[in-house]
Design a protein around this ligand. Sequence first.
Ligand SMILES: *Cc1c(COP(=O)(O)O)cnc(C)c1O
Length: 385
Amino acid sequence: MAVPLFDTKIQNNALAPDLQAAFARVLASGQFILGPEVQAFERQCAEHLGVRHALGISSGTDAILLAMMALGIGPGDEVICPSFTFFATAGCVARTGAKPVFCDVRADTFNLYVADAARRITPRTKAMIPVHLYGQAAEMESINALARKHGIKVIEDAAQAVGATHGGRHVGGFGDFGAFSFFPTKNLGAFGDAGLLTTNDDALAERAMLLRNHGAHPKYFHKFVGGNFRLDAVQAALLAVKLPHLQSYSQRRAENAERYTGHFIQLPGAALASAAGTGTRLILPFAQQGNGHTWNQYTLRLPGTGRRDALRAWLTARQIGTEIYYPVPLHAQECFASLGQTAEDLPVSARLAGEALSIPVFPELAQAQQDEVIAAVSDFLMAGK
Ligand SMILES: *Cc1c(COP(=O)(O)O)cnc(C)c1O
């Protein structure tokens, strides 16, 4: 039996009648950009996430970019973000003309290492972008304390973490802005590109709302240069059907994660990332105390040269889908070579890029499928690999 890394069809097909009704409503309305469907979805999101403002945006990437623009970040500014994340985090910094300054991450949580970010703050530092990677919140109290001390802004890259909590509060409400993605494989997946920008600051919300639509107010009168970062009505209407199910999707992911960990922890040489040592051969992800992890990914670590790639090939041969999030840390990307940051400067990011392997954890993963993944990973380790 093949086990895909994810399968968006099962989840969406289960809601087909409601999705079709929502689509028919938009079709009949003739209004396809912003409008009442988007406003209704925005209210639904703001309530779900416990934030004052939620703006429907064209994508998660655009939500990060718009946050940067609303904060007035540009040439001459520095923005600190982790090197171990998806490209968009730093790509948006560069697009404003500001300089991405990469900091390292913690090996146990894959998230921004606050002490390392702190030592990279300069008088030019304007903002920090913590990423809630794989669905686990970064350490927002210490990040906000550091930001306040130095008068810098915080944009949460919550693209992978819709629904994740930290101390009982939803991510996206801790920083000046939170940016979410509804890319189809995220926990709340759209039917194309879609995103959300959250904030508790009325003035910032207002500014972001104008910039989302070319900085126009009123129509055809432009106070600022913005862009087209608008959400489609059809995405909003369809996402509004799925949002009430988000919690159960994430709950299923968490159950799958727990079941993996319960089996893997018994393998020789396996340990939770919080307890891994020099002899550990399989490092398991864990939820940090106080975090509601939403498991957008279940990411193993295989220390030792070539072992991650060997496990990936082993699983591929058994028709089990995997992915490497992310094989090249951002400081090592060709487009950022001129920044001059090195693996010596970002050792954990460099190491994780060679060790990380994500395995299927999507909500609809059948128990028999999961058993195959568990057996295949176990066989790999038992074979002494
Ligand atoms: C998916 C993702 C984004 C970008 O979201 P899109 O909707 O694909 O533009 C940004 N940051 C991270 C960490 C992501 O995983």
